[in-house]
Ligand binder design. Structure first.
Ligand SMILES: [Zn+2]
Length: 138
């Protein structure tokens, strides 16, 4: 099993209704990635789609991917492409469910946002993950 040190929360930085296939297509054709950016992607309707086996390495955070599981909601920007937490209630529920499942599986892993890694100059996931988790996990 991989040594998972981080469960990383992302946004896709796309409009909230962007289809999963369009995002995958962008990774393949524009970025030339062999593996997806994330293990799990969460569309606005609250569903959860697994894009990659957890044992395989995704492309979420350069330099850390070997020790990460990546989870992303679709959205994260407003109409002008500025960072905004666009999560629907269903998406928040799906995200919390994923955090619980992964936390049980990887109890030693730190749960944090993409922007919480050193040297990252992105707003991803457009909200403060640790503050959000405090609502659930004391
Ligand atoms: Zn990210």
């Amino acid at each position: 099993m991989r040594n998972i040190k981080y469960i990383v929360i992302h946004c896709t930085a796309t409009p909230p209704l962007t289809p999963v296939a369009a995002i995958q297509n962008y990774w393949r054709t524009q970025l030339h990635w062999k593996n997806p950016g994330y293990h799990y992607i969460l569309p606005a309707d609250g569903t959860i789609q697994q894009l990659l086996d957890e044992e395989l390495v995704a492309n979420g955070v350069a330099g850390y991917n070997n020790v990460c599981i990546h989870v992303s909601y679709i959205g994260g920007v407003d109409g002008d492409n500025n960072p905004q937490d666009t999560r629907t209630l269903s998406q928040k529920a799906a995200m919390y469910y994923m955090v619980c499942v992964l936390r049980e599986k990887y109890p030693a892993a730190v749960i944090q946002g993409h922007r919480d890694f050193p040297g990252v100059h992105k707003a991803c996931p457009s909200f403060n993950v640790k503050d959000w988790l405090k609502e659930f996990i004391p």
